[in-house]
Design a protein. Sequence first.
Length: 331
Amino acid sequence: MSALANTLRPHWASGLHEISGTVVKGVASWLADEDYQIYSEVTAKRFTLNVDNTETYLRALAADINRTAIASYESISQATRSRLFPRSNAWILIKSYYSAFFAAHAILKMLGKSFLNVDQFQISSVNKIAKLYGVSREDVAGGNFIATFSGVSREITWRRLDSMSGGVHERFWTFFKEQIDQLSKDVLKNNLGTTFDYQRVSAKLTELVDNLSSESCSKGTWLSMIRNSVNYKHQFGSWYPYASQSPMGTVDERLTGRWNDDPMTMNLSLHGDRHIRKFQETCGFIVACCRILASDMAERCPSGKSFHTYGWLAITRLAAQRRQHLTEVGD
């Protein structure tokens, strides 16, 4: 097992590895079930939900993890060279980006932190319960939130993202960068494994933070900036007529497949100013981390089949079956 999996295991959302079976309803929809209490003041930008039975919330969290992890796998598995346009690189980069974006969501959720959009119908349940308990200071409106789960206190703390600049993707990457930066510090406090592993994993996560902050993107939005440059500005010669990509670097299809490797073997600081290859390696690293965490958590489910069996592991099995079939029919 990767040192990264061993080191991050203590940081899982408490009790999440015990969730088994199929899971359907996500966290935003869970709000509408009103299976929580509210004892502290509710404002438009922050509130805390108390849950007697954390399993219902964890099952909703698991559903969101499966949804984003599956999207990550489907995206990266299709980030391949076109037979019709073999010099085309645009969709390799765009799909790699989206795979990393979905994987990053899944990673944070496995650590108990969700970045999600809540509609007005769902958030109206919070307002209803807050008024019932007499703690409503302001109504909460739908929008983008960060929800942080604490198994110890049986609480989910919600915070609006209105204060963050940029679009949804930029806001997410800023949040992700902040969380990974803190995680790189927290793993040094672990008491499971060896000190050497702590240091290696902390250094690797710091490399990730550095890459996310490349080219003056101090808030961690570099991957989104590169995606936008390819998707909307058609830069880097990724689209026909496929102009020279130097000195930014060229797409290396081998790097796209590195998500199957142990993330600890990936050198995120290797590529220097070859931004396209650094982009590929960084995306692959994030997807590899998602894969490692999902597999490790699934192996440690104490009873039944882990919820990951119906998420990341399900689609990987399906892909293997499809590849075997295509091989047999000679496609």
